[in-house]
Design a protein around this ligand. Structure first.
Ligand code: NI
Length: 255
C-alpha cells in the first residue's frame, strides 16, 4: 500500500542504494536532489488527498453503494445567519445532513448547535481553531484541538462526537498520531463544490451535479451567503434524480 510508512522506507532504501552505488560510480548531486524532490511530491500528494489514506484511514464516500444515496455535509459552522436557513431547508425536504462544527464557533452559538442536534442531524468535530497554520501543529496540540471541540459539543448535546473532519482536508503524521489517540472516524468527501471560492451559485450547483454518484459525500459550508440557494436547488435536483439524502453514518453502513 502506498502509505507514508511504506513510501518512506522505499525512499530510504533507494537513497542508501544510491549511496552504495556512489562508491563505485559518480552520481551528480542532481540525482540525490531528484530523489528527495520525488519523495516530497509523494508526501505532498498524500497530505492533500485524503482518499489516498496516506497518513491515516479516511472515509471519503461509499464506493460500493448501489443505492441512490448521498451525504450532504456542512463545514465550519455553526453560523448565526446561514445555519438556521440550512436547517429550515433540510426540514422542508425531510433530508438529514452532517455538520462538522468548529469548537470556537460552538462556544459562540451553542443554541444553534442544539437546534442541529434536535432536528436529527449528525454532528462532527472540525477542530477548535480551524487556524490557517493548524497543519504545522504537533500531536499534543492536535489532541487539544480535537478534545476541546468534543467537550464543547458534548456539553451542549450530551453526546460524544465520533466523527472528525480535518480542516482544509489536509492530513499530517501528527494529526494521524492524534487520531490514533482520540479514536475518531475521519471523514472526507468525494464531491467538492468549491462553494467558498466560486461566487456564482449556479456554477457551484453545476459542479456538484456533474460529480454526483451513489455513495457520494458532498462538501458544503453553512457559513456562506450562497449556501441556502445552492442547498435548495441541490435538494430539488436530488429528489428529481431519485436520490436519498442521509447522514455520513448511514452512508458508512450502506452496502
Ligand atoms: Ni473547514
Amino acid at each position: 500500500m502506498l502509505n507514508f510508512k511504506n513510501i518512506t522506507i522505499f525512499f530510504i532504501l533507494l537513497f542508501v542504494g544510491f549511496a552504495v552505488l556512489g562508491m563505485f560510480f559518480t552520481f551528480t548531486y542532481f540525482w540525490y536532489l531528484a530523489l528527495i524532490a520525488t519523495y516530497l511530491l509523494f508526501v505532498g500528494y498524500g497530505s492533500f488527498t485524503m482518499s489516498s489514506n496516506f497518513f491515516l484511514k479516511a472515509f471519503t464516500g461509499n464506493k460500493t453503494s448501489k443505492e441512490k444515496v448521498v451525504a450532504v455535509t456542512f463545514d465550519d459552522g455553526p453560523h448565526p445567519e446561514y445555519t438556521p436557513l440550512v436547517l429550515q431547508l433540510l426540514q422542508n425536504h425531510k433530508a438529514f445532513a452532517t455538520f462538522f462544527c468548529i469548537g470556537k464557533e460552538v462556544k459562540k452559538y451553542p443554541e444553534i448547535l442544539k437546534n442541529i442536534k434536535d432536528a436529527g442531524h449528525t454532528i462532527g468535530n472540525h477542530s477548535y481553531s480551524h487556524s490557517t497554520i493548524i497543519d504545522f501543529k504537533g500531536t499534543k496540540c492536535w489532541i487539544e484541538e480535537i478534545e476541546q471541540t468534543d467537550e464543547a459539543i458534548q456539553k451542549n448535546i450530551g453526546e460524544k462526537v465520533k466523527l472528525f473532519r480535518p480542516p482544509y482536508g489536509v492530513t499530517t503524521p501528527h494529526l494521524a498520531k492524534a487520531i490514533e489517540f482520540t479514536r475518531h472516524k475521519v471523514i472526507g468527501w468525494n464531491i467538492r463544490s468549491y462553494d467558498k471560492g466560486i461566487s456564482d451559485p449556479d456554477v457551484i450547483l453545476k459542479r456538484i451535479k456533474k460529480q454526483l454518484k451513489p455513495g457520494g459525500i458532498i462538501l458544503l459550508h453553512d457559513t456562506h451567503v450562497n449556501t441556502p440557494y445552492v442547498l435548495e436547488h441541490l435538494l430539488l435536483f436530488l429528489r428529481k434524480k431519485g436520490y436519498k439524502t442521509v447522514s455520513v453514518n448511514q452512508l458508512l453502513n450502506e452496502k
